[in-house]
Design a binder for this molecule. Sequence first.
Ligand SMILES: [Zn+2]
Length: 358
Amino acid sequence: MTTKHTSMSSSVLKKLTCGTAAAALMIGLSGAPASAVGNGPDYNGNETINTSILHTYDSMAAELRKQDAKQPAMELDVIGQSVKGRDLFVAKYLSDPANPTVLFLTQQHGNEQLTTEGALEVIKHLGTGRMKDTLKNINILVVPMLNPDGAMGDVDFDLGDYLASGDRHLTRYNANNVDINRDHVAKTQPEIQALHNNVLSAYDIDYMIDLHHQGTRSAVDGKLVSGSILYPTTPDVKPEVLEGSKRLGSIVYQNVDGTGWGHLGKYAGGTANTIARNGIAAEYDISTLLFEMRGMSDHSNPGSVLGQKSNGYLRQQTILTLESVIKAISDGSVETADTSFWDTLPEQEYLPNTKTDE
Ligand SMILES: [Zn+2]
């Protein structure tokens, strides 16, 4: 039996009372028009895609333990184990139970790793002291690399046709060849059970961003997107939870799309509760947002992978997204974020590759 969260009211109240009038955004509002996204070349056989530059599971775990030892405000917990027995982590910054709480989740799909790279940077930044005041007014949970077996290519099926070079292949699926982001209702896989039992059911979470990567050819307004976002579209989401998701999306859109490299669209997603964006919003009343960044770290399909020339801005996109959201929740400005942009944000379309572009 699942315990539904009914205790949003206290933190909502707290957020309303601590909301500042200064809704000004503090990051990335350059006033400059969004120029063409940094169009890092696709894989065409002439660009390096080398997975060796990414964190391995072990080097990520070592970095988390190092930060845990160094940062008084951080606590690192093991929430369970993957199919192959790798510890799954949550990095926690819990300053006050009355604070609003946000969860950042990365790499349910093992071949979507730059989200984890960015999240690790954010964890490092949270320890630098300049975020000290921010941390007083927010609780943060980070679950990085929920699918470490897929990320390490340590799976019980063949990855021989995957394209990247380097020490390992990365795949979407877990070791059992299951897409764990289709398992949020049945909860058959150990990674999903760990997330639900020891994070989603264990904390009173208000907001969540589920970070992914998609293919390389999605576009809006004729330009390739750096990423696309979407709120829950399940009929089972409560209106106030949906509204929170739209406000969360507003913070992300205003901060990321205003950069020179940021160009965001509306993701075209379904209504099934088996995926995190829908199922977690419906089951726990958490205002979820899906962020699908451009290009995957490895794949058998050339149209899905993006060369490492694009790693810099995609990693930066994760950092900017997470830190903008942390600040907006902490200072209360997320409560008054303007959601009207959703009415005009174009849904992304597939842009065919041609010889003249990229
Ligand atoms: Zn994904």
